[in-house]
Design a protein around this ligand. Sequence first.
Ligand code: UD1
Ligand code: CA
Length: 467
Amino acid sequence: MPSEVTVVILAAGLGTRMRSRRAKVLHRAGGLSLVEHAVNTALEIAEPARTFVVVGHQAERVREVVADRGVAFIAQAEQKGTGHALLSGQLELATLGGLLVIFYGDCPLILGSTLTQLVAQQLASSAAATIITTDLPDPTGYGRVIRTADGVVAIVEQKAGTPDQLAVREINAGIYCFRADLFWKHVGEIQPNNPAKEYYLTDMIEILIRAGHHIDAMKVADSGELLGINNRIELANVDRIFRARKVRQLMLDGVTVEKPETVTVDSGVTVGMDTVIEPFAQLLGQTHIGEDCRIGACSIVGDSNLADGVVVAPFTMIGTSRLESGVTVGPFARLRMGNHLAKNAHIGNFVELKKARVGAGAKAGHLAYLGDCNIGESVNIGAGTITCNFDGVQKHGTRIGDGVFVGSNSTLVAPIEIGAGAYLAAGSVITENVPEKALALGRARQVIKEGWKKKGQPAKKDLPTAP
Ligand code: UD1
Ligand code: CA
């Protein structure tokens, strides 16, 4: 059955009501662009070679975004309506028999299981097409489904409807399953005879009925899945539904989510059992989190891998990093990119890491910048430590051996190597390599002047006063 199904996704429009320079299907909801959602869903019922995306506005960009899915494209240079979009691909598409499923790229919540049901209903019926409909409390903007005693007879667009027709609350969701042979036989009959002067795909209903066929409707009770996006208010609403859907699935899979309505989790994210996600946390992109972790309130984790038992304290940002089991970071830590923290490493508040490798059990508890560095096991980085990795022209690396103790407020001028077990005295500026187990002091020695107060200090009356 799947090889008999061709899917066409309409994604050529600009989406005027979005008031954007970007094509509508490139806008994002639930962490993916709308066209990615549509393609992912289509691939649940059709082979990539039989999945077509109609592209027009910013066609190159739209193609790029879904190129890795192996789907095919149809160019619709000028957008003369949803029917015209299909006509643009007639040459390639009309040779493909079986069933033709069509839906719109601005309707990203639709589930693969609903499309499967649509195909099954069409296969079981003698109709020329089955369309998905639903009742909406406010149907404004949608095509209305017109029925008589014979069943569905037409879809009437908002701009073309009579007051009676516009009072109908059953709407066309824009998801259709046609018998491909009948569709291609009659598609040429669509005329742009409506106020918008567009070729409406929805006219196919009346055309097929005129040709003596019957149209079936699959009425869906939960209209949430069918919401289309025409403006940014609807985009935000759909995004919220995606978030709720994802978080709900995580909870069913054994993740504790506190105040779930505040949490943002992208669709590609996985989270292990008994992990706790605190309010306002965001887990983005390809992030994978193990079991028994804690993601602190207001933390943002993107494209990162966290093993089991990792604790991210509140207000921490983590990008493209790998944290092994038992690592603790934050609060207020920033792991920018390309970091690898080995088991039980600890990064505390106001510490910034960039391309840092931190050995097992190493600690940087407070106020440090550690960039382009390799830090050994059980190293202790004192508060205020800075790896000076940039000389104004180039970046350089810092290597700190196992068990090194870096005193507070140390400045390590890269390229530099600190041997295992060495000590760096607090406040040092280290510009030369330090051998293993050595103590390095790189600061002016403190000078004490005994009895200086009596001899040298000016008397209180001589001290300058503030102006
Ligand atoms: C359409 C339906 C309407 C339905 C609603 C559901 C038609 C005529 N109307 O209205 O009955 O209730 O969707 O959401 O089909 N597109 C192209 N090429 C074009 C025109 C549009 O690819 O020439 C694409 C758009 O990029 C968009 C989709 O088709 O993704 C739907 O177009 P849109 O203008 O949003 O249709 P609606 O007015 O919402
Ligand atoms: Ca629309």
